[in-house]
Design a protein around this ligand. Structure first.
Ligand code: MG
Length: 364
């Protein structure tokens, strides 16, 4: 599932009635539980969802869809714990805005208002706090969204790592029906807005100082303006999904499961920067498992696919956000197997599975 973080709506579900779903082998939290892949999915489905399940949460999209008399709204929240705090192409401040803006944009919502809560560790230099808050402000300004409420807490040394940030956001949904991971049907084209893997590798580089990794920076960016250009086309957008933790492999499997379909993608068609591909080969990493912070999938009936790619390219003349957008595959059948098949570059075929955890923790 995509959205471990989609809602704060409470429910009266009884925890006692769900204890049978608990996994006895998983007695404590591990870093894999935060990687957005299989372990995260088990954590959510066995330990969290049973207590707070409701129809809005259970849609498992990037944001909760809230109906009102004045229109439909998207509501989402996300916690940011990236280490290190600053990296090529961004910081925990820009991530905390763009990540939440993007989850709203994935419901074709125009982001309106954000909240921002800061958890600060005793001893954090004020100069670092000021730089992060300045990055928050710049990113919000660029995304054209306002931070209208927030909170600040300080915890003793060792109780957190310098700074953790939680943002929540609300936006007005512009498309009817709203895009959803449940809307995929056979014949749909799968489009990715650009090259994958840059963010995950950038964080690895910043943490480990790998001297052979040069010319790679995070793709951290707001996608709401790009989505607005797609909404303006007035075409049916079946699904938008940002490709974050767990990477492309996990995201495609989430969508296949949500819609109960079989997806086929072509390895050759997936845009990957040469530097990322070479580094992944050297480090034994799969770029399809690496996180991104400024890329999304757009899934539309195939007759609109070319128009979507052209629109993404045109939008990118100003900001280079989606100049490598490409059609990477299609939805091939309805299927209770809900699988993703990868046509490999050398002509083979393999099932693209969800990794157990992530190649590295705390990437967002
Ligand atoms: Mg998301």
């Amino acid at each position: 599932m995509a959205n471990l973080e989609s809602t704060s709506i409470t429910s009266t579900s009884s925890p006692e009635s769900t204890t049978g779903q608990f996994l006895e082998s998983e007695a404590v939290i591990t870093l894999d539980h935060g990687a957005g892949a299989q372990a995260s999915q088990r954590l959510f489905s066995s330990y969290i969802k049973p207590y707070i399940s409701n129809p809005i949460l259970d849609s498992l999209d990037d944001a909760a869809k809230l109906n009102s008399l004045t229109g439909d709204y998207a509501f989402t929240t996300d916690a940011y714990t990236v280490s290190p705090l600053f990296f090529a192409g961004g910081s925990i401040g820009s991530l905390a805005i763009n990540g939440t803006v993007n989850d709203l944009a994935m419901l074709a919502a125009k982001p309106l208002y954000l909240s921002c809560s800061l958890i600060l560790e005793e001893g954090l230099p004020l100069s670092i706090l000021e730089k992060i808050v300045s990055d928050l402000a710049k990113a919000a300004d660029f995304a054209q969204v306002q931070i209208v409420t927030g909170d600040t807490k300080v915890v003793p040394r060792g109780a957190c790592d310098q700074i953790f940030i939680t943002t929540a956001g609300i936006g007005k949904i512009l498309a009817k029906p709203a895009p959803s991971g449940s809307n995929l049907v056979p014949g749909d084209a799968i489009i990715i807005s650009g090259a994958i893997g840059d963010h995950g590798l950038t964080i690895l580089n910043a943490r480990e100082n790998l001297t052979f990794l040069t010319g790679i920076k995070s793709d951290c960016a707001p996608l709401n303006h790009l989505v607005q250009s797609l909404v303006n086309l007035n075409i049916p957008i079946h699904c938008l999904r940002d490709v974050t933790r767990g990477g492309l492999a996990t995201t495609l499997n989430e969508l296949a499961n949500q819609s109960q379909v079989e997806i086929e993608i072509s390895e050759k068609a997936i845009p990957i920067h040469t530097a990322v591909k070479n580094a992944c080969d050297l480090l034994g990493l799969d770029p399809l498992h690496l996180a991104n912070e400024g890329k999304c999938l757009c899934i539309v009936p195939s007759e609109y696919a070319k128009l979507v790619v052209e629109t993404m390219h045109k939008h990118s003349q100003k900001n280079n956000l989606a100049q490598e957008a490409a059609i990477i595959g299609q939805v091939v059948a309805k299927s209770t197997q809900a699988m993703v098949t990868l046509k490999t570059s050398i002509g083979g075929r393999r099932i693209l599975a969800v990794p157990e955890g992530g190649p590295l923790p705390r990437i967002c």
